[in-house]
Write a protein that binds this ligand. Structure first.
Ligand SMILES: [Cu+2]
Length: 158
């Protein structure tokens, strides 16, 4: 073995051993693994008291994660909801969790999964910002600033 190679190994081997003996997926909690992109909240018509937040959730880790609740100072009640078609009628119901599979993506969008905001304290207009905090299955939290947008829908969903 050439001397320089030997000293290289002497330098690198302890490092490698040190790295592999550390837990590989250590500090990354759910909030650190799931990235929310393109968040927005539906603008409200005068007199409406509810709205919904939508976004894309991308899980970059090798562990399944889930949103188990959400909070917002803008609304008195915040729930996780899904819209489903039943007998030709659009209905919505509360869900316990929104799963984001390992290395996968879950889209919250009109007509599907959403963060329901009920008892909204002031009528949300395009251009406003709403803070929504997602709470994950491990208790970690991620605060999202969602701009309010007008959404064109064929039917009034909420
Ligand atoms: Cu809803």
């Amino acid at each position: 073995m050439k001397p320089y190679l030997r000293s290289y190994l002497l330098l690198v081997l302890p490092l490698l051993i040190g790295l592999t003996s550390m837990p590989l997926i250590a500090a990354e909690d759910a909030a650190g693994s799931v990235f929310a992109t393109d968040p927005y909240v539906r603008a409200m018509a005068p007199g409406q008291t509810s709205s919904a937040a939508f976004m894309k959730l991308r899980n970059g880790s090798n562990t399944d994660h889930a949103v188990v609740s959400a909070e917002s100072a803008a609304a008195r009640i915040v729930e996780l909801h899904i819209h489903t078609m039943e007998d030709g009628m659009m209905r919505m119901r509360q869900v316990d969790r929104i799963d984001i599979p390992a290395q996968g993506e879950t889209v919250l969008q009109p007509g599907g999964l959403h963060v329901m905001l009920m008892g909204v304290k002031s009528t949300l207009k395009a251009g406003d910002k709403v803070s929504v905090t997602l709470v994950f299955e491990d208790g970690s939290r991620e605060e999202i600033q969602a701009p309010v947008r007008k959404i064109k829908t064929k039917m009034q969903m909420h």
